[in-house]
Design a protein around this ligand. Structure first.
Ligand SMILES: Cc1ncc(COP(=O)(O)O)c(C=O)c1O
Length: 436
C-alpha cells in the first residue's frame, strides 16, 4: 500500500486523474481514511460524526464487527463464481429477502447496484406485461445508466444525450410546493390523480409500469401524504399497470417500523428494488418480485458479479444485525427525536427553514425564504460549516436546497444532540452574514 497522502496532495491528483464530473460535496473535502460505527476519521486522525452514511448506505455503522467478519470469512473462502454457478450465499440472501418482503414477493434477482436493480425491474415489467411505456415521478432519482437517468427527473443528473424511449413523468406528491397550488387539506389528492391524466394523455393508455420512491431521496426527502400510494395503486390496477417501489434509499428499515418504506403506506407493490443499505457499503442490489412475474422473464439472465458470494453473505449479515440489534426500532425512535429537533430549528429560523419532513432516519429540511425561494448557496454553506465542526450532513433536492439527514441507523440521541447543536451554529452563522 502506498503512503497516505495529505488532503492537498490528494486533491491535486484527483483534479488530474478523475473525471471532473465526479464532484465532491465540499469545496474543501476531508480525506477520509477510516470509519467505525457512526464516525469517520481523516488522515490526521480527526473524528467526524457521519450523519449521511456515505450516500445513505452505511446502514448499521462503518465496519460493523459482525458484518465485516462475515465479509472477510467469505472473501477468504470463495469470492467469485457468477450467477451461472450455484452458491449458497446468493440463495440464502434470496430466501431472507422473501421472508422480509411484503405480500407474495418471493423471487429475487441480485445485482451490484440500485441502477442495475432498476434496469432489471423495468426490463422484467416490460417482458411480463408485453407493454413498453413507463411512468416515473417529477424530482425522482433512479440511477445513472441510460435508462435510469431518463427515469430520473432532475436535469443535474441527465446528460444531454438521446433519452431512453417510452418514459413519461407524472407530478409528484410535493406538499410544500404542491404542483397544483393546493394545500393538503383541500387537495383531493390531485397528485395521485395526475397518474391517470398521464396514462390517458401521455401514453398509449397501456403503460407497462409505474416506478416511484416511497420517499424521494436525492429529490430532497419529498414525502407523499399517507393516502397517496393507495390512491395511485387503485389507478394502476384499473389500467393493468405494474408498480415498482424503488427502495434503494428507503429499504432495510430506514423509515423505521417496516423493512420497506412502501409498507408504511399500506400498499404492496409488484416489485421492489433495493441496494445501498443492504450491503452496508459493499456493492449490491436486488429486484424482488412475485413468482408469477419472475416466471415470465424466460430468457436467461446473467450478472457476472451480481449475487457474488462476498456481497450476498454480507447482505445476509446486515439483515441479521438489523434484527438482532433492533435497528429499525432505533431508526423510528431516534429519528422521531431528530425530527422534533429539526422542527425546533424551523421555529427558530422561520425565514430560512421552509419545511421539515421524512420518516425514521430519512429526514430532510428544505431551506427557503418567506417567498419559498430555494436557499441553494445557504445550504451549501451550512453543509460546509457543519463539516468544519466535525459533523457530516447531506444535501439534495432539485435546487440543492434541502439538508438531508440519513445517518447509520444505530446512532444515539447524544449523536442527534451534537448534530442539532452544530446545525444551529451553522444556520445562525449563515443567517447572520448570508453568502456571496
Ligand atoms: C432511489 C434511488 N434509486 C436508485 C439509485 C441508484 O443506485 P446506485 O447508485 O447504487 O446505482 C439511487 C442512488 O442514489 C437512489 O437514491
Amino acid at each position: 500500500m502506498g503512503a497516505t497522502l495529505n488532503r492537498e496532495e490528494l486533491k491535486k491528483k484527483r483534479d488530474k486523474y478523475l473525471f471532473p464530473s465526479v464532484k465532491q460535496m465540499y469545496a474543501d473535502p476531508p480525506h477520509f481514511v477510516k470509519g467505525r460505527g457512526q464516525f469517520l476519521y481523516d488522515e490526521t486522525g480527526r473524528e467526524y460524526l457521519d450523519m449521511f452514511a456515505g450516500i445513505v448506505t452505511v446502514s448499521v455503522g462503518h465496519c460493523h464487527p459482525k458484518v465485516t467478519q462475515r465479509t472477510v470469512e467469505q472473501i477468504q473462502t470463495l469470492q467469485h463464481t457468477s450467477t451461472v454457478f450455484m452458491t449458497q450465499p446468493m440463495i440464502d440472501l434470496a430466501e431472507k429477502l422473501a421472508e422480509i418482503a411484503p405480500g407474495d414477493l418471493d423471487r429475487s434477482f441480485i445485482t451490484n447496484s440500485g441502477t442495475e436493480a432498476n434496469e432489471a425491474a423495468i426490463k422484467t415489467a416490460r417482458v411480463a406485461s408485453g407493454r413498453h411505456e413507463v411512468i416515473a415521478l417529477q424530482h425522482s432519482y433512479h440511477g445513472e445508466s441510460h435508462l435510469a437517468s431518463t427515469l430520473t427527473a432532475n436535469h443535474n443528473y441527465r446528460p444531454d444525450t438521446m433519452p431512453a424511449s417510452g418514459i413519461v413523468h407524472a407530478a409528484n406528491a410535493y406538499c410544500y410546493r404542491c404542483p397544483f397550488k393546493k394545500t393538503p387539506d383541500n387537495c383531493n389528492l390531485e397528485c395521485a390523480k395526475d397518474v391517470e391524466r398521464v396514462i390517458q394523455g401521455s401514453t398509449s393508455g397501456k403503460p407497462a409500469v409505474f416506478i416511484a420512491e416511497p420517499i424521494q431521496g436525492v429529490g430532497g426527502t419529498i414525502t407523499p401524504p399517507e393516502p397517496y400510494f393507495k390512491e395511485v395503486k387503485k389507478i394502476l390496477e384499473q389500467y393493468g399497470v405494474l408498480f415498482i417501489a424503488d427502495e434503494v434509499q428507503t429499504g432495510v428499515g430506514r423509515t423505521g417500523q417496516h423493512w420497506f418504506g412502501i409498507s408504511s403506506y399500506g400498499v404492496v407493490p409488484d416489485m421492489i428494488t433495493m441496494a445501498k443499505g443492504l450491503g452496508n457499503g459493499l456493492p449490491i442490489g436486488a429486484l424482488i418480485t412475485t413468482t408469477e412475474i419472475a416466471e415470465k422473464a424466460s430468457k436467461q439472465q446473467i450478472n457476472t458479479f451480481g449475487g457474488n458470494p462476498v456481497s450476498a453473505a454480507t447482505g445476509v449479515a446486515v439483515l441479521q444485525v438489523i434484527e438482532e440489534e433492533k435497528i429499525m426500532q432505533n431508526a423510528h425512535e431516534v429519528g422521531a427525536y431528530m425530527k422534533a429537533g429539526m422542527e425546533d430549528l424551523q421555529k427558530q429560523f422561520p425565514d430560512m427553514i421552509g419545511d421539515v419532513r421524512g420518516k425514521g432516519l430519512m429526514l430532510g429540511m428544505e431551506l427557503a425564504d418567506k417567498n419559498k425561494t430555494p436557499l441553494t448557496k445557504e445550504a451549501a454553506r451550512i453543509v460546509e460549516l457543519a463539516k468544519d465542526d466535525g459533523v457530516v450532513i447531506g444535501k439534495g433536492g432539485l435546487w440543492g436546497s434541502v439538508i438531508r439527514i440519513k445517518p447509520p441507523m444505530n446512532i444515539t440521541k447524544e449523536n442527534v444532540d451534537t448534530t442539532l447543536k452544530v446545525m444551529r451554529k451553522a444556520i445562525e452563522a449563515t443567517a447572520k452574514v448570508g453568502v456571496k
